[in-house]
Design a protein around this ligand. Structure first.
Ligand SMILES: NC(=O)C1=CN([C@@H]2O[C@H](COP(=O)(O)OP(=O)(O)OC[C@H]3O[C@@H](n4cnc5c(N)ncnc54)[C@H](OP(=O)(O)O)[C@@H]3O)[C@@H](O)[C@H]2O)C=CC1
Ligand SMILES: N[C@@H](CC=O)C(=O)O
Length: 461
């Protein structure tokens, strides 16, 4: 056991304990781990710490000792302790005290901004490296966390914050850091991918599919974070920050969720041999001076590699100058997969405590500006309810032309009072496409703009 809390010196730095921990190659002291949160992810972290204890000791070079588990509700402690086969005394509702107990590593799987941020900062001040799965916090105030890690000479790892089990952040932070990334594109929210997959495959309704995703532990504590795209936007901000070495926050990300995606949109997508996915897209401008970061539903052709990514799986393409295209695929949500990423980080930072050294700090040195969504070049699918009268098609085409938007295909479904026009455009600035839609909404010939969605890849006409 280590002897009481390790506190920062006058320079704010924590003394390097690695020498005291080893003596003549012998493992001297366990790595003290404090766990904040024991919900879907935290529970699996405890399970994996128990079942893999011996292997983890080998990999770290010292045993990992769980010194406390903080939760919010005291009444759930007896049940949790019994479920995990650990003493109730290991649990506490005083998370602020746990982080001052001299932990070597604090694992934060509470979620949200506060008290998670204050707890992480206090943990670092008391000498702990931090492993977190908290994308909301990293995307809102990663700069403060990085600065504190730097000041106190500790690690900040957060692989689980983006794409669950998939090793994606460390490749971006380390393996690909010598390359020039141009684009990161993918599916980074398991809940919405699960919902959209169910709607496509079984015709399930939105609400029913969301309930299933929540029951499976995929959704956030407040599932509107998933379905309104906030979770994916936070992940996109983290990905863009790492890929382009710039500080991008969630507020910089253009965001639309999937709540407006209807059964009719799913049917239209099927008619065009395509599927609807919630995409996160981070792009460097061709001249390398700005970045675009966006999250929105998009129609993609069935032939697109992301079209086959079903259930709560995530998949991300990274396009880089020298590496070309690299694809990451795996389980993006759920307790077990997420705990796998947490444990990977835990081993890495615990090893640093044993042998010395630290992982990478913040890579925000390029500081590229994030360009407004209106300047992004996109394509739209637009579904219009129109009265089938002579001249309607010409009036609709004129509205597109007025805004400089070229039409790729138009298809008419139904007739008379039931006519629908499905228009797919060529690529144009998003502002021109949005202005076209606003114009269409004012036209007598158009009874309603039933649906608007962006398109990635070439749809079949
Ligand atoms: N679920 C998933 O698939 C994934 C989740 N994540 C992230 O992991 C984190 C945790 O998610 P998840 O496990 O699903 O969340 P849960 O809601 O299942 O668990 C949250 C845990 O934190 C505890 N908690 C909440 N507030 C406090 C507090 N003030 N002090 C101490 N403990 C507190 C809760 O206590 P109590 O038990 O008493 O309620 C609970 O044990 C989030 O940041 C999430 O975004 C990342 C990737 C995937
Ligand atoms: N709610 C998130 C959980 C993992 O980050 C998701 O559905 O992807």
């Amino acid at each position: 056991m280590s002897a009481g809390p390790v506190l920062a010196g006058p320079d704010g730095r924590i003394p390097d304990m690695s020498a005291q921990r080893r003596k003549g190659g012998e493992v001297m002291a366990p790595i003290r781990v404090g766990l904040l949160g024991c919900g879907v992810v935290g529970t699996e972290v405890v399970r994996q710490l128990q079942t893999q204890a011996d292997d983890l000791t080998q990999r770290v070079g010292a045993p990992l000792e769980l010194v406390g588990i903080a939760v919010r509700r005291a009444k759930r402690i007896p049940e949790k302790a019994a479920e995990l086969g650990v003493p109730e005394s290991l649990f506490t509702t005083d998370s602020a005290e746990l982080v001052t107990r001299g932990c070597d590593v604090v694992v934060e799987v509470i979620g949200g901004i506060e008290p998670a941020r204050s707890l992480i900062l206090s943990a670092m001040e008391h000498g702990a490296s931090v492993v977190s799965a908290n994308k909301a916090l990293l995307a809102e105030d990663g700069a403060t966390l990085y600065a504190a890690a730097e000041k106190h000479g500790v690690d900040l790892y957060y692989e689980a914050a983006v794409a669950g089990a998939i090793p994606l952040l460390r490749p971006l932070r380390e393996s690909m850091v010598g390359d020039q990334v141009h684009r990161v594109l993918g599916i980074v929210n398991g809940t919405t991918n699960f919902i959209l997959s169910r709607m496509h495959e079984t015709g399930a309704g939105f609400t029913e599919a969301l309930e299933e995703a929540s029951a499976l532990g995929y959704a956030e504590a407040d599932p509107s974070a998933d379905v309104e795209g906030f979770d994916a936007a936070a992940k996109a901000a983290i990905l863009a920050s790492l890929a382009f070495h710039s500080r991008v926050t969630a507020a910089d990300v253009y965001r639309e969720g999937i709540t407006e995606v209807s059964a009719a949109d799913v049917a239209s997508a099927r008619d065009m041999n395509s599927v609807i996915k919630l995409l996160a897209i981070c792009e460097l401008s061709p001249d390398g001076s700005t970045i675009g970061v966006r999250v929105h539903p998009a129609m993609i052709p069935r032939s697109h590699p992301l079209a086959g990514v079903g259930d709560a799986f995530n998949a991300v393409f990274v396009e880089a100058e020298a590496a070309g295209q690299v694809m990451f695929y795996g389980r993006g949500a759920g307790g077990g997969p997420t705990a796998s990423a947490v444990l990977g980080d835990l081993v890495a930072v615990a090893r640093h405590k044993v042998v010395g050294g630290r992982g990478p700090g913040e890579s925000a040195y390029a500081q590229l500006a994030v360009r407004p969504m209106g300047e992004t070049i996109t394509r739209y699918y637009i579904c219009l309810d129109v009265a089938e009268k002579p001249g309607v098609l010409a009036q609709v085409a004129a509205a597109f032309a007025e805004h400089g938007v070229s039409i790729q295909t138009v298809r008419q479904h139904g007739h008379a009072d039931d006519a629908t026009l499905v228009v797919v455009t060529h690529r144009a600035p998003d502002s021109a496409l949005a202005a076209t839609v606003a114009h269409l909404r004012t036209m007598d010939a158009v009874r309603a703009v039933a649906s608007v969605m962006r398109v990635e890849g070439d749809l079949e006409s």
